[in-house]
Design a protein around this ligand. Structure first.
Ligand SMILES: [Zn+2]
Ligand SMILES: [Zn+2]
Length: 213
């Protein structure tokens, strides 16, 4: 049995710790089991880690996280969710500060989405508007593509083909109590959508189309 409970004095600062564990790091290489100098003195003489040591430490923790994610994906997910909910305000503020300092990042992000999946961006704007109007419901770009296919690319109101220039229309207008759910969406030609405005479906009829000449 090692005599770990006897008081120990630091030869440098000359402070005596009745309980060595409170003042000294463990060190198995030492005869008494404790580091020669107290934690405070040890810290003062510690050299900062070399870039290689920092890199090695980071690689170790990356590897640890990778293994944890592979072995316990659910608990990692739960821990992440706990972290985000606990630090929500701080993280949001940091994100706002970052985007204020780097406006080009958001611009590039939006430019990329515009090219890759323009409907995704429109989903974002519709949700923003719905939230502003305090309207419930949500839909995805995939919902819009599905509805487009179900209507066979034709305007819900006038049945004209809309091609790539179409509006996503709330069947029951948001301002009249409609939700932003996929079940309340129809594909409309811009002319029908704009002329209907916020009229209820029954209060309005599409203009009869003049036959093409
Ligand atoms: Zn000391
Ligand atoms: Zn139409």
């Amino acid at each position: 049995m090692q005599e770990r409970s006897t008081a120990k004095r630091c030869p440098k600062c000359r402070i005596t710790f009745e309980n060595p564990a409170a003042g000294f790091h463990k060190n198995a290489a030492q005869r008494d089991g404790w580091s020669p100098y107290c934690k405070t003195c040890k810290r003062a003489t510690n050299k900062p880690p070399t870039p290689e040591q920092v890199e090695a430490g980071q690689a170790r923790s990356r590897e640890r996280m990778r293994r944890l994610r592979a072995e316990q994906p659910e608990s990692v997910k739960a821990a992440k969710a706990r972290y985000y909910s606990r630090h929500n305000d701080r993280l949001k503020a940091r994100q706002r500060a970052y985007h204020a300092a780097h406006p080009e990042v958001g611009v590039a992000y939006i430019r990329n989405i515009k090219v890759a999946d323009p409907e995704k961006l429109r989903v974002y704007w519709r949700r923003k508007r719905a939230r502003k109007l305090n309207v419930s419901g949500a839909h995805t770009a995939e919902d819009v593509y599905r509805i487009y296919a179900e209507q066979q690319g034709r305007c819900f109101w006038c049945k004209e083909e809309v091609g790539s220039i179409y509006h996503v229309d709330h069947h029951m207008p948001l301002s009249r109590g409609g939700t932003d759910d996929a079940t309340n969406l129809v594909i409309a030609c811009p002319s029908c959508n704009l002329r209907r405005g916020n009229h209820l479906p029954g209060e309005w009829a599409p203009e009869p189309k003049t036959p093409a000449r």
